[in-house]
Design a protein around this ligand. Structure first.
Ligand code: GLC
Length: 448
């Protein structure tokens, strides 16, 4: 779709209005109705957008998140800064009961699980685009030890065999909550009704249930939270006492690897030693490349640590190792033959139809253009892959993803996710990272 200078200004104005609507004074909610608190990886992407026009907010965003960091280094996936009775959320603080852990903060209500570690990457981005670099350097120095403790937590608590790969223990930790990636693992859990604590969903109040996870999946989510709280969020116990969901996830490990690479750069900026970060990044990169690559499917796949088997599901996330420079050129070429095909809507030329990139192979039997993470396009996935493809020199594919980041909000509004065939918007409305990453891309075009 053609973008005139006036269209560009109008889009920027609308995107900023989304962020203004969701800004709560020191952080930004993903969407007021559906997600009325602070989410961990959302805030990182939101800071990326702010870094282009509001350094103060970019810094405040992650400062507010890290204010709720646990004493063991974990960064919680949600911070319940303020209870909003008009937007009841489940599971809320009363269900998580984080006070059972000696590491939980007493100053904040939070959840006890995590989300992908994209924060160091956001801090580096904020530094690079700061109008006032000396102030931004102070911000880097302030966040650096917190980011370091966060990554230490992951490697210490989530890598029991010292492989350089960390596991996630809940689908919500992946950021791809309802992905078909989790189906084999959740099915294997085969829960009995008495194992599931009583609860009432709140997520289908504001959004059409057809765009949300099924009740059976939700039972598993809630069972797992109950499993963690019964063990006081003690990571060692959760692992040893048979947590049924332990997955070495491609996206999570890729983002950790990239975040470690970015930590090395942050370390150099403030005169700290970059070497330990470079070494950890290299180790994680080799482990992803060796253990998670699926030669016949031409993408990286997750590994189910509890069942000791790969999870051979063709999810878009399987291509994200491009974002951390993990595959060599030959492997990247093999990946592109699949990623750049109609399966993900990213083919170039005549074959192109709809909008890239579908979050799941469009030819998989259970693909759905509408249901959460089972086909729809997500703007943050496009942003990650756009950068990855650009770094490997696949300019045409990168530019198709960039165009989709700009066009989808024009066709489907600032929604949470989009139909890859029509561009229709689904899920939460007035959604923050859709706006933030659009802003980043529009500003990026000016400076390229
Ligand atoms: C959904 C997404 C997750 C995101 C959250 C808040 O749960 O799957 O990635 O962080 O919404 O936007």
């Amino acid at each position: 779709m053609r973008l005139t200078p006036d269209d560009r200004l109008d889009l920027l104005r609308r995107a900023r209005a989304v962020l203004d609507a969701n800004w709560r004074g020191s952080f930004t909610v993903p969407a007021l109705r559906q997600y009325p608190y602070q989410w961990s990886w959302d805030s990182a992407f939101i800071a990326v957008g702010y870094s282009r026009f509001d350094q103060h907010r970019a810094e405040e965003e992650l400062r507010a998140l890290f204010a709720a960091q646990w004493s063991d280094g974990r960064v919680p996936h949600i911070v319940f800064h303020e209870a909003d009775p008009a937007a009841p959320y489940f599971p809320g603080p009363a269900f998580w009961q984080i006070e059972r852990s000696p590491h939980a903060p007493s100053s904040h209500h939070t959840t006890g699980i995590v989300q992908p570690p994209v924060h160091a990457t956001a801090v580096l981005h904020t530094y690079r685009h700061a109008p006032d670099p000396s102030r931004a350097l102070g911000y880097v120095a302030e966040l650096f030890p917190k980011l370091s403790a966060w990554h230490d937590f992951l490697y210490r608590e989530r890598d029991p065999h010292g492989e350089g790969l960390v596991y996630i223990c809940h689908p919500w930790e992946s950021g791809q909550d309802n992905s078909p990636l989790w189906d084999p693992v959740l099915t294997r859990m085969a829960l009995r009704p008495e194992q599931i604590p009583p609860y009432q969903r709140a997520d289908t109040r504001a959004v059409d249930p057809a765009e949300r996870p099924l009740d059976a999946d939700y039972d598993c989510y809630i069972f797992l939270v109950d499993f963690f709280r019964q063990r006081n969020y003690d990571e060692g116990r959760i692992y040893r006492e048979g947590c049924p969901f332990l997955v070495q996830d491609v996206l999570f490990n890729t983002l950790l690897c990239r975040a470690e690479q970015d930590m090395a750069e942050l370390a150099e900026l403030i005169g700290a030693d970059p070497e330990p970060f470079k070494a950890r990044a290299a180790r994680t990169a080799s482990a992803i490349d060796a253990k998670l690559w699926d030669e016949s499917r031409r993408l990286y796949v997750d590994y189910d640590l509890a069942a000791r088997m790969p999870v051979p599901v063709p999810a878009l996330a399987g291509f994200t190792p491009l974002f951390a420079g993990i595959p060599d050129a030959a492997r990247a070429e093999r990946m592109l033959a699949y990623l750049g095909s109609p399966a993900f809507g990213l083919s170039t030329g005549e074959e192109r139809s709809g909008f890239p990139a579908s979050s799941y192979d469009r030819f998989a039997p259970d693909y759905s253009p509408r249901r959460y993470w089972r086909g729809p396009v997500w703007i943050q996935m496009n942003w990650l892959l756009m950068h990855g493809l650009q770094a490997y020199g696949y300019d045409e594919h990168a530019s198709a993803l960039r165009s989709a980041i700009i066009d989808l909000p024009r066709v489907g509004d600032f929604r949470e996710y989009f139909n890859p065939e029509t561009g229709a918007g689904y899920g939460a409305e007035v959604f923050s990272w859709t706006a933030a990453l659009l802003i980043d891309v529009l500003y990026g075009e000016q400076t390229v």
